[in-house]
Design a protein around this ligand. Structure first.
Ligand SMILES: Cc1cc2nc3c(=O)[nH]c(=O)nc-3n(C[C@H](O)[C@H](O)[C@H](O)COP(=O)(O)OP(=O)(O)OC[C@H]3O[C@@H](n4cnc5c(N)ncnc54)[C@H](O)[C@@H]3O)c2cc1C
Length: 76
């Protein structure tokens, strides 16, 4: 089975991981934060219409749902 390492858990990384898993490719995603951040709707945080939690999706939940491995590599 092919294996792919995806760097970054933003739109590009998460979309790539999900796409590759649909091709039954083994995927490991490395991220320096434990959540996927939905930038488009984050513009409403300053107005109080959404919270940071509303626009943050835990990467471990996405990893479990789509079957990719997750490595968290927090910067120091
Ligand atoms: C306020 C705002 C609103 C936006 N609205 C829209 C919109 O309406 N429509 C639209 O099309 N686009 C919009 N964008 C742009 C869109 O969010 C970006 O084009 C998109 O996020 C780019 O995705 P990306 O995965 O390439 O990069 P990012 O989303 O920046 O993801 C990169 C990921 O890599 C991680 N990372 C970085 N360095 C490391 C490292 N050394 N090790 C591990 N992980 C690392 C980061 O933590 C991050 O999770 C908006 C952007 C902003 C800021």
């Amino acid at each position: 089975m092919s294996k792919v390492l995806v760097l970054g858990g933003g739109f590009a990384g998460v979309e790539a991981a999900i796409y590759l898993r649909k091709q039954e490719i083994e995927v490991t995603l490395v991220s320096d934060r434990d959540y996927f951040y939905i930038y488009p709707t984050s513009i409403w945080i300053p107005t109080g219409e959404v919270t940071k939690e509303d626009v943050s999706v835990p990467l471990d939940k996405l990893a479990m749902k789509h079957g990719f491995q997750l490595i968290l590599n927090f910067r120091t």
